[in-house]
Design a protein around this ligand. Structure first.
Ligand code: 5AD
Ligand code: SF4
Length: 427
């Protein structure tokens, strides 16, 4: 989401005559686009900012701006704490950047952290920051109204709003025209995409079908779904549409109904497993991934065991796994003690990682001997004689390059694997 937002920021600034540099010491203006999701993310930003502070001592005219969720969360406090920062700009205020930059010319510090009910940057064509020109993001909605008790996002990114489908289709078409082969439709909770204009209503399944219909050569992915509203209709749409990738990221957070209740996730373990069964029934080869939080407030050993057993039952291909990090001013921070000791959180996380490693390896082994459609994305990091790409299931496949080019679709037979990668031969 932040990469996608940075692409909007670059577009706004290029219109003002600025250009992007890869070289930090050459910059007249440095923006750091920040994440507040866990304390660790914020600490990394603070460290990075010290680098910018140092650069500024050598180049006093250098302007430094903090964008995104940390700007929104800390507001002008950040300007007081970090005197070298010139601008603090929240995720809905990027159109104001040219104006804010001008206002800082005389040395003033500026902030715009106003959240919007409408802003979707629909009319701004992002300047793509990906390196391969094959796979890119399209932001289809902003904000979140779910208020999971541990999560800072509804406070930093504001209310949920959907973007005009026409502008989404135009952006996807533009990417196709530029040679892109894959788009990922992005939102905090894409299932609740909901556009109404007079009599016209477009839901997420409709939108996916419309984007997929632009070209059979365009792969369509999406992130992220909330399990509470992943509908049969959506699963049927993925199953029935060849170029919507058979891959679903469905964050479970915990395998325990009581813990999910405290997290305010509004589904139970049984509901979640029912959704997984439906996916496996309609899309037997679907790639599945998830997010897990270890050591949330009040998490008992029994609840943790429920998470491990759910992970084993689903057998995810991939998971993002985290220790719970209390975020100031969230419901959990206000009402629920962060009472699982740090070392116990760490031990539980290690157990979760071990289960996931075993599932990844087990699932990958099942792929040996099967043939997959792979979109070629990169020259392999290990050897220039090898290329890598991804299967529809979102697994990385490495193979000998032969005559293939980045952007090609090829059929590859899986011959071997590790827990992280499939190895194969072009057929
Ligand atoms: N602590 C740890 N992980 C969190 N996430 C969100 N908030 C927190 C938090 N306070 C995780 C969730 C979410 C992912 C993007 O980040 O798993 O799905
Ligand atoms: Fe945060 Fe929950 Fe919204 Fe995801 S759905 S962004 S975890 S509040």
């Amino acid at each position: 989401m932040n990469v996608s937002d940075s692409e909007v920021v670059v577009s706004i600034l290029e219109k003002e005559g600025y250009s992007l540099t890869e070289n930090q010491s050459e910059a007249d203006l440095i923006f750091v686009n920040t994440c507040s999701i866990r304390d660790h993310a914020e600490k990394r930003v603070r460290n990075r900012m010290q680098e910018f502070k140092h650069l500024k001592t050598k180049k006093p005219n250098l302007k430094i701006g903090v964008l995104g969720c940390m700007a929104e969360r800390l507001k002008t406090t950040l300007l007081e704490e970090e005197k070298f920062v010139d601008m603090v700009v929240g995720p809905d205020a990027y159109r104001d950047l040219p104006n804010l930059i001008k206002e800082t010319e005389d040395g003033r510090q500026m902030a715009n952290v106003v959240l919007s009910l409408e802003e979707t940057y629909a009319d701004i064509t992002p300047v793509r920051l990906d390196k391969n020109g094959v796979s890119g993001f399209i932001s289809i909605m902003r904000g979140c109204d779910n208020y999971c008790s541990y999560c800072v996002v509804p406070y930093t990114r504001g209310h949920e709003r959907s973007r005009d489908p026409e502008s989404i289709l135009a952006e996807a078409q533009d990417m196709l025209d530029k040679g892109y082969k894959e788009v990922t439709l992005l939102g905090q909770n894409v299932n609740s995409f909901n556009w109404k204009d007079g009599g016209l209503k477009v839901g997420f399944s409709d939108l996916m079908k419309m984007v997929a219909a632009l070209s059979p050569d365009l792969r369509v992915r999406f992130a992220t779904s909330h399990p509470k509203d992943i509908s049969d209709e959506l699963i049927e749409t993925i199953a029935a549409t060849r170029n919507i990738c058979n891959s679903i990221h469905l964050p479970v957070q915990s395998g325990s109904t009581s813990c999910l209740k405290r997290m305010k996730r509004v589904y139970s373990r049984e509901w979640y497993l029912n959704r997984i069964s439906k996916i496996k029934e309609l899309i037997p080869d679907c790639g599945l991934s998830t997010d897990i939080i270890c050591g949330f407030s009040g998490e008992t050993d029994e609840e943790h065991q429920h998470t491990l057993s759910l992970m084993k039952e689903v057998s995810y291909d991939y998971a993002f796994m985290f220790k719970y990090s209390e975020r100031p001013d969230t419901f959990a921070a206000n009402k629920m003690p962060d009472d699982v000791p740090e070392d116990l959180k760490g031990a539980r996380l290690q157990e979760v990682i071990a289960v996931q490693q075993a599932s990844s390896l087990h699932n990958n082994k099942q792929d040996i001997g099967k043939v997959f459609e792979v979109l070629v994305e990169n020259v392999s990091k290990r050897s220039t004689e090898q290329m890598s790409g991804r299967t529809q299931q979102n697994k990385v496949m490495v193979f000998n390059r032969m005559e293939t080019k980045i952007g090609d679709y090829i059929m590859v037979k899986c011959t071997d694997c590790t827990a992280a990668t499939l190895l194969g031969e072009i057929v």
